[in-house]
Design a protein around this ligand. Sequence first.
Ligand code: DAT
Ligand code: MG
Length: 149
Amino acid sequence: MEKTFLMLKPDAVQRRMIGKLVQRFEEKGFELIGAKLMRMTMAQAEAHYAEHTDKPFYGELLEFITSGPVFAMVWQGEGVVAMSRLMIGKTNPLEAAPGTIRGDFATDKGNNIIHGSDSPESAEREVANAFHPEELLIFDPFLPKLEAL
Ligand code: DAT
Ligand code: MG
């Protein structure tokens, strides 16, 4: 099943938005298979944003994402990567449509509330960077399916 890595950034945690934002994805109907409050190490931040190494904002990006706790999550469902990007909205909150998370709650390019993987391949890499396999529900192949509980 398709998976994505969603991360509520330090601004969202500081603004007490964890519950409200998790609720959006629960209500949409995706399945949460892992979540934790964590502080990204500098090494994790560098790996997470490796594609942006050459950008002028790379330094402040690392500084911001390691500045406080983040709420890291793994969600699964058919089409979850593209749909969660739609729900998040465009990178620049001033261009993000109303109704999207960034469109509704942010104005700043850097402090844009939430990260979502841009492809299933990115998701796999980003999940592995933030979670141990045993922290995810899919870890134990002998667990009964959630629907059966
Ligand atoms: P997204 O988070 O929508 O996938 P991205 O991968 O292009 O966007 O960039 C990663 C993060 O870097 C983004 O969430 C916020 C920051 N960022 C992007 N463009 C920026 C810019 N022009 N100035 C400052 N920060 C920027
Ligand atoms: Mg990105």
